[in-house]
Design a protein around this ligand. Sequence first.
Ligand code: GLN
Length: 287
Amino acid sequence: MSLTLQVLLEEGTEVLSKAGVTEASLDAKYLLFEAFETDMTHFLLDRNQRLSEEDNASRIRNYRAMIETRSQRIPLQQITGSCEFMGLEFFVNEHVLIPRQDTETLVELVLKEYKGRKPAVLDMCTGSGCIAVSLAVLGGFDRVTAVDVSKEALKAAQKNAENLLGHGSITFAESDLFASLEEQKKFDVIVSNPPYIPTKIIEGLQPEVRDFEPMLALDGKEDGLYFYRRLADESRRYIQTGGAVYFEIGYDQAEAVSGLLRAAGFAGIRIIKDAAGLDRVVCAIYQ
Ligand code: GLN
């Protein structure tokens, strides 16, 4: 049988299925596209054409190497180094949480509620910078500050800001939550997708997440609420009166996080669902 893109796809799919990868065929396809610098349209046209093994030696080798890496359950996006979020292409690596589609709910909500305005925004726990950069690119927000405790995450976020916005458009700060921020600075909006998975739940997650995504970005400590307690309490010193907070939450945390915000003096608490119909964002006004 002569070698074709279709044959390579089937070969890769089989390796990934055997390794327990959930979307084996889809992942093999993405890696094939990456190695052969092609896309769905060209694949569909060319997939049964004979491939010269000689002319394509390095592409074939690269494809097989990426399949082998993926079979160790290293996330696809860490292999390709990119992830699409809000229609934008973000650089990702092992130091940042891979942007989730769930998080688009938060970004879309803030864009909708601040359309035509340019609030001063703080993105606490920015990670890849996907929230901060999307707000700046898509909403034209020009006063965005993005904070993370991880130097490596900040490097990735800065790279995304430079790629998608140009140099200097977002202010970055390395800080353990608010610890290194000036108290005089008050924001109109504070957004955050903090680590919110209870420690015990982490061991039951897919190996891609459990073994290869940064624990620092996932672990919400004992009950998963550690960061919301601190955010609800400490946000008050960095927010304008009448300003709003938007926090991404786990599907079962709406009630607990609303309670923490209410106890901290926030009002107008709303819970917003994601595309799958699960509670995903809690927002509130500081009065
Ligand atoms: N939504 C992410 C997940 O399910 C967790 C994100 C977070 O802890 N902030 O893996």
